[in-house]
Design a protein around this ligand. Sequence first.
Ligand code: OSB
Ligand code: MG
Length: 369
Amino acid sequence: MIIHRVEIRHTKMELVSPFETSLGVELYEEHIIVRVDSEGFSGWGEVVVEPTPSYSYETLTTAWHVLKDFLIPGILGKKFETIQEALAKNSWVRGHRMAKAGLEAALSDLFAKSQDVSLSTFLGGTRKRVPAGVSVGLQSTPAQLVKTVESYLQDGYKRIKIKIAPGRDLDLVKALRKEFPDIQLQVDANSAYTLNDIAMLKALDEYNLQLNEQPLGYDDIYDHSILQPQLSTPICLDESIYTLSDAKAAIQLGACKIINIKPGRVGGYTESIRIHDYCRSVNIPVWHGGMDESGIGRAGNIALASLPNFVLPGDISSSRRYYKEDIVEPAFEIDSESMMSVPEKAGIGVEVMLNRLEKVTVAKQECKM
Ligand code: OSB
Ligand code: MG
C-alpha cells in the first residue's frame, strides 16, 4: 500500500449545549480531520485536540504543525504492507500523541477497508455492542443538574458521569443521589483538587459512586497513590496516563483501580491496546473515554471499545447529545439498553458526508506525493 495523498482539515462544530468542566466552558468543538488515500480507498481519523493547551499540552496549531511537517511526510509516498510498518516511520517523534493518534486512526480505517473488515475486527474487538454512558458538564445549580440528568435518563442513558470542581462538588452529588438513589454515577474533576481537599474527597465515599475520575494533578501518579488507600471509591485515571509505562506505574503503586483509555491521549490504537491488554492481565477494568468527537472519531472509539476488557460503560453517547447534525451517516444512537452497536461495515463502518464536512471546515491542507 502506498499513501499517495493526505488531507487535513481544521473543523469547527457547534455543540448542542455548552460543555463546562473545571477547565472552562466549550461552545464549539474544533478538531482536525485526517484523510489518507490509497488504492481507491479513503481512511478517516480525528485528532481530538482543542484550540487551547488545557486538557492536554497539544493545541490545534501544534498538531497541525507536527502532522504537516513531520508525521505526514513520514508516510507519504512510502510503501508498507502493514500498519505497524507505517507507524514505525514516525516512531522517532516524541509526544504529540493526539496528532499521532489521528493519523493512526486514519491509517487503521484505510487498512481495514483494504482488507474488507470492520475496524472493530481489525483492532481485535470481540463484541457487537458496547455499554454507553453520558458525561454531563457543570450546571448552574444543583436543581438544574437534576433536571439535565433526568432528561439524559429519559433518553436512555444508564450511566451518568458528572463534572465537578472546587465548591461545585458535594452539593451536586447530594442533590443527584437524593433524586436518583440507584443510578450508576461517576464524578470527573479533571485534576481540580489536591491532597489538601482530602476531607471533601472522603465525603464523596458516602454516595456510592462507581468511580472518581482524575481528582488530582494532571501529570501526577504519586499523590493519587497516597489518596486511593484512604478512599473506598475507586479512583480512575484519565489525564495522568499517557503510556503503558504510566499505567503500570499507577496500578503497581495503587494510584487507581480503573483506567479511562482515550486513543488521542495515549497516541493511538496500538498504545491503547497495549494498555488494555496489560490491565486485563492484572484484573483492572478499563472504559473508553471521549473528547466530544464527531462521528468520525466516535466510530473509532466504539470499534476500540469492542475489545473485551472495556467492561465499564464509556463516554460514548449518541451523536445528537453533541451535535445537531453529525458529519457521518448513519448518526450514532444508543439503544433501549443503553448500548451502542458496533458498526459492521468495512473500516469505521459509517459514511463521511463530504458536503457536511465541507460546511464545518475552517482550513484545509492537501499533501501529495
Ligand atoms: O475528562 O473525560 C474528560 C471531554 C473533553 C475533554 C476531557 C473530557 C471530556 C469528557 C467528554 O468528559 C466525554 C465525551 O466525549 O462524551
Ligand atoms: Mg476525564
